[in-house]
Design a protein. Structure first.
Length: 211
């Protein structure tokens, strides 16, 4: 079977994502908190679930933020799509190049004065289980964590994918909710506290999705 190169797949996807997004009815809750200059100056770590990426891509186009993206083939496709929407990408994940990606993300945050977006259950799951990467990065950069959820009214769910990726149906409603920024205690040298923070963030994300 012919396997198209990532750059070609991305070139096909980008215009489709643009047109698809134009059909969606996007409602953004608590956006003022997210747009607050004082928060932006602190270079926040924006966290979200992997399966809820789609409505957020075009919603945050050209906002000069970075995304941590895996080094896999799927990650290469996603990185090219994100870059077409004005995002910068830092390559790496918890499974490949993890520490290098976190250090690279911290350096980018410092040099550019911006926050980063991090899928806290990626790149391979388990689905909706927070991994330590975002917590470690927030500690490393001295940044607050901002949870974000995108709840889709009607969506095609890809059940065979590890994350059960959601693609909202055209003309459906999507509610993007921005949570309250949270400063995490330094737990880089305490694995047990790191795990507690991951569990606390997981609870926060779940509650935000039910708001």
């Amino acid at each position: 079977m012919l396997r198209l190169p990532p750059r070609l797949i991305a070139a096909i996807l980008v215009p489709l994502v643009r047109v698809w997004h134009l059909t969606l009815k996007i409602e953004r809750r608590n956006l003022d908190v997210f747009k607050d200059k004082a928060l932006r100056d602190r270079r926040p770590v924006i966290i979200l679930w992997h399966d809820e990426i789609f409505p957020l891509i075009a919603s945050h186009a050209d906002e000069h933020m970075a995304c941590v993206v895996s080094q896999s083939r799927d990650g290469e496709i996603l990185a090219r799509v994100l870059e077409a929407f004005g995002f910068r990408t830092v390559r790496g994940s918890s499974s490949r190049g993890g520490m290098r990606a976190l250090v690279g993300a911290k350096r980018f945050m410092e040099e550019q004065g911006v926050g980063v977006i991090f899928t806290v259950d990626g790149p391979r799951g388990p689905r909706h289980k927070v991994k330590p990467g975002a917590v470690f990065l927030a500690n490393l950069a001295g940044s607050p964590v901002v949870p974000v959820r995108a709840v889709m009214e009607r969506a095609k769910v890809f059940h065979k994918a590890w994350d059960k990726f959601q693609l909202p149906w055209p003309f459906s409603r999507c509610v993007i909710t921005y949570g309250t920024p949270v400063d995490l205690p330094d737990c880089t040298r305490d694995p047990e506290e790191m795990q507690r923070q991951c569990e606390a963030i997981e609870k926060m994300m779940n509650e935000l999705g039910n708001a």
